[in-house]
Design a protein. Sequence first.
Length: 298
Amino acid sequence: MSNFAPVGDLTFCYDEFGNPADPAVLLIMGLGAQMVFWRPEFCEQIAAHGYRVIRFDNRDIGLSSKIDDASPGSGLLPVKLLRYFIGQAVPGSPYTLVDMADDAIGVLDHLGVDRAHIVGASMGGMIAQVVGANHADRVLSDTIIMSSNNRAFLPPPGPKQLLALLKRPPRSADRDRIIATSMATGRIIGSQSLPADPTVAREHAAEYYDRNYYLPGFARQFAAIMGTGSLVSFNRRITAPTLVMHGSEDKLMRGSASKAVVATVPGARYTEIKGMGHDLPRPLWDRIIRELTTHFAG
């Protein structure tokens, strides 16, 4: 059952798994991805190890507040991407990853959680880096999955994968087309050795659409990433034990991006998940959850 947390002028949809008395784990999802991308069974398996697992929708996605009166900024996308590639913040974003990190802490405040294990995937991993730096006293551990610190001159994403992510269906597209596009994107950026079952993939894509399909939020979240720029200065201020996890088959966010985080965060540890692309395939959950819970316990 979903709940709602007021944080400043915004409201965030969240839910929980496990015993509220157990140590908290906050899961932060990526660009344009609702909290249900953290599948309930995945959350339940972490909770079974003795953790209170919290997932929530970021601003501008799912059932959380939408920033409807804001624009993702003007300017040509190639120019913005070039500036982002050289590690500079792109001006004009309606909010940044700093604001989104504050949102995450606001959810913890609402729940009365003093400290939590922070886990972020993709853009969520970027948010986790900012949380680790700006809210160090609230972080038991930091885990950054398939992400980047957006350092200057990192190898760019694979063109096919980036195009699949950025090419959104037109506003006139109907439900079936949007679901088909979502499935196609998942196939391209996901684990090639462990592709999702088509029937399950369709069920999940339909669930995401029916729960809340909101295209403008994707553009504003992408602007937030570019509007923040390099996270190197944040990395240097992270003091919590940090695990960086990346898939061997991820071509959207290359392994060099995660290794750049490890090279900059003091004491960070890197783990490669063989066969994983830019997703969390069910056959690898045991390995991923074992890495997470071992890190939490340490």
